[in-house]
Ligand binder design. Structure first.
Ligand SMILES: [Fe+2]
Ligand SMILES: [Fe+2]
Length: 165
């Protein structure tokens, strides 16, 4: 039944690729608006999703499958921070749910290594969800001040940089 594992692992590659694209899109829009903390969070998470692709792809190759490099979703052109966080949290919840189910399917098919891999991904996606959830709470608590503080922080950092001539 390794075909079923390969199919599920390739679905994971497609979803992880979509996450990389979406988070990088959020990264450069936050960066453009001067929100360094969020820009870094999205970039760091995108890099972690890329490492998920690496882990999953290695498993597909071990099972003698072909890795399909195609994103499952198009990038959504969202520019508001609140909407970005809502979407990111939703994506992480969906991934955790999917990977939990796929771990069970792999277990039923006696593929314990793929099962463990999916479980490892669930733990990472839940951590990602938590990070986005914290930022959503901050935004709710502090409102626009939360974003203003990030812009001020950037200006302070830029101002403190010494120029060499
Ligand atoms: Fe991931
Ligand atoms: Fe994630």
């Amino acid at each position: 039944m390794k075909e079923k594992s390969i199919e599920l692992l390739n679905k994971a590659v497609a979803d992880e690729l979509s996450a990389v694209h979406q988070y990088m899109y959020f990264h450069f829009h936050c960066d453009d608006q001067g929100f360094d903390l969020l820009a870094n969070l999205f970039k760091r998470t995108a890099i972690e999703e890329m490492m998920h692709i690496e882990l999953v792809s290695e498993r597909i190759l071990f099972l003698k499958g072909e890795v399909e490099i195609a994103a499952s979703e198009k990038v959504k052109k969202i520019h508001q921070v609140k909407d970005m966080l809502v979407m990111a949290a939703k994506m992480e919840t969906q991934s955790a749910n999917d990977y939990n189910q796929w771990a069970n399917i792999c277990s039923q098919n006696a593929d314990s290594v793929s099962k463990k891999l999916f479980e490892q991904l669930v733990a990472d996606e839940e951590r990602h969800f938590d990070q986005y959830d914290v930022e959503m709470e901050n935004l709710k608590k502090f409102g626009d001040n939360y974003l203003a503080l990030q812009s001020i922080e950037r200006s302070k950092n830029l101002a403190s940089q010494t120029t060499t001539e």
